[in-house]
Design a protein around this ligand. Sequence first.
Ligand SMILES: [Fe+2]
Length: 264
Amino acid sequence: MELRSLKNHGWVKFSHDPGILDWVNHVRPAAAKIAEDPENKALWLRHGKTWFVGVNALKNDKNGRLGWGPPLNGAVSKFIIEEHGEIALDCAQISVVYPGYPAFDGTDSEVAHKYRKDRCAAHVDGLRPEGSQRRRFIHEPHQYVLGLPLSSANIEASPMVIWEGSQHIIRAAFKSVLDQKPIEKWSKIDLTQVYHEARRKCFKQCKRISIIAKPGECYLVHRLALHGIAPWEHAASNSDRGRMVAYFRPQGDGNLINWLNGSY
Ligand SMILES: [Fe+2]
């Protein structure tokens, strides 16, 4: 069921699990502290202070355990073990989106800001733009994105959005270039053009949906799925606290064949 959803739609939501809620209840105060710390704020606030990015900010162990807290468990852990073997999580990103996201502060170009607003800054993780021309190369490809909401939020509060089924289009585009090249050279291959073409195709052909989940629920996003963060709508609740999510993006053994093909 979960595997089918990931294969077909590029994401799957796991229903409420007491084990996940225990984890969230333990992590939430620490995450809030991280996002309020002045040094962290200076380092991670972007877009006119409307997004605290917090990459790898949570100092959890490979089982997701923070200090003496519980490891990450529940149905999602079982699924990850079945598909990827032993759990080996990275340090979680603590992402907090605030009302007004994305505010224009002059850091982005006008074009980039418009893309952020109109297209939710849609992207595929694991491709780093390099240089002033923002050429795209494979960089830190991961196994999946696991999102764990740390606060409640409604649909207007900048949800993650995903173009359903986009992983098929992105995979086919990458394979059209990478399958003809030896794997040792993959990270040096400029994927900019096929990536941009595939992204345009996803916008035309795939349905954009918003992922809404509560603390205790969680979701997995396919490593090749096109996704982004929607702008904050005025009517959103939770207005002063922001919407806080922990994201794991483990790289596993970095096997690029699995990244491109894999079991899903
Ligand atoms: Fe992303």
